[in-house]
Design a protein around this ligand. Structure first.
Ligand code: NDP
Ligand code: X2W
Length: 345
């Protein structure tokens, strides 16, 4: 079978780098072009020296993308930039997997409220499928534009949807408390991601205003039909990769630890990348892999259901999930090229 041809737009960033790591040896695809506006003309190893003797492809401007006959393009671009690319190229020439948040929300109004940015390609919201395969596998198969989920939303939506869908929890007062490694903030240095600010430190940010709040709420609504109220609080961990998310919710009816555990085991039984674990998961047990480890329990004393989930933000939180979506769009086995064993320790 001929291989599928793909391009990576924004290949110099962290998710671009991770896409390269996953795709160079993917058995069913070839990487035809990789783009950078800042480093066009340089070899990929000038930016990613770890690829020495592995790839010698040259970076070029995304203006050249039309010179290639591509089946699919990954947009590993900042939000605001992805939407301009989609507006310029449309969806007829190639399939698109957008890693940014530009097409994850229901419409322009919600986007502009939370992103504080004008949306210039609103007509494409109706084409976009939210790229969480465990929820929307069938829709992804026929999509031309997949909005790859945010890293925090992936870690929160996966454990919350079974609880909401099966009517186990009250829809208000759901608390999502997340901690992320610093690669979640992208490759460009910012004051808060500077080594002395990070090392030996730990901080909350984006309280009450983070753009992943409407992403979590709108996907839960779309998938379950329930309108929820989610309080989302992100934190920055002094580590490179990984997200650990704890959720707290109140049961709607009488539950037990065994009941919630049974629900998770049955819902996720057939999911290759979701592992239900019988104790709180560790970040190191998913590092470098596309797994999401989830744990659920019930605290009788406070009457709260607690979930703890872990992902690698660059894998199941970004590039790994994007490749999982690509596999589905091409009709390949979903786990192709994603069988990495977690790097422990
Ligand atoms: N990091 C993570 O854990 C996750 C990231 N995401 C999302 O994925 C997307 C990519 O993230 P990430 O790889 O971390 O980001 P980076 O900041 O590391 O990389 C962004 C890339 O976009 C390119 N680029 C092109 N045009 C512009 C522009 N106008 N301004 C800035 N950069 C531009 C940059 O390269 P050049 O200058 O060479 O052209 C660079 O390669 C973002 O939308 C992010 O929100 C989603 C989930 C998780
Ligand atoms: C640690 C850190 O800064 N994380 C990022 C989220 C990364 C992510 O999922 O990204 P997008 O929704 O932007 O694609 C943040 O809070 O803005």
């Amino acid at each position: 079978m001929p291989k599928f041809k793909v391009g990576i737009v924004g290949a110099t960033g962290y998710t671009g780098s991770e896409l390269l790591r996953l795709l160079i040896h993917h058995p069913d695809i070839t990487i035809e072009c990789v783009t950078s506006e800042t480093h066009a003309g340089k070899r990929i190893t000038d930016i990613h020296p770890h690829l020495l003797d592995i790839s010698d492809i040259r970076l070029e401007s995304s203006d050249n993308i039309s010179d290639y006959d591509l089946d699919l393009v990954f947009l590993a671009l900042p939000h605001g930039v992805s939407m301009s690319f989609v507006k310029e190229h449309g969806l007829d020439k190639f399939l698109t997997v957008d890693l940014s948040g530009d097409f994850r929300l229901p419409n322009k109004k919600v986007y502009e409220k939370w992103y504080k940015k004008k949306h210039v390609a609103e007509t494409y919201f109706e084409n976009a499928v939210f790229g969480l395969p465990e929820l929307y596998r069938h829709e992804i198969r026929n999509a031309r534009l997949v909005a790859n989920p945010g890293c925090y939303p992936t870690s929160a939506i996966l454990p919350l949807t079974p609880l909401v869908k099966y009517d186990m929890i009250q829809t208000s007062g759901i608390v999502v408390d997340s901690k992320s490694g610093v690669t979640g903030a992208g490759a460009k240095a910012k004051p808060g991601t500077h080594f002395p600010d990070l090392f030996g430190n730990f901080s909350a940010y984006g309280l009450t205003s983070h753009r992943h709040t409407p992403e979590i709420e709108s996907v839960i609504h779309n998938y379950t039909g329930y309108t929820t109220e989610v309080l989302f609080s992100p934190h920055l961990l002094p580590i490179d990769r990984g997200i650990l998310t704890t959720t707290y919710s109140t049961p709607k009816k009488e539950v037990s630890k065994e009941m919630v555990e049974e629900l998770f085991y049955s819902v996720f039984e057939k999911e290759h990348f979701i592992r239900v674990v019988d104790r709180p998961p560790l970040l190191k047990h998913v590092r470098g892999s596309n797994y999401c480890d989830v744990h659920v329990t019930y605290d009788e004393r406070t009457n709260k259901i607690i979930t703890v989930s872990t992902i690698d933000n660059l894998m199941k939180g970004a590039a790994g999930q994007a490749v999982q979506n690509m596999n589905i769009m091409f009709g390949l086995i979903e786990s192709t090229g994603l069988q990495h064993i977690p790097l422990n320790p």
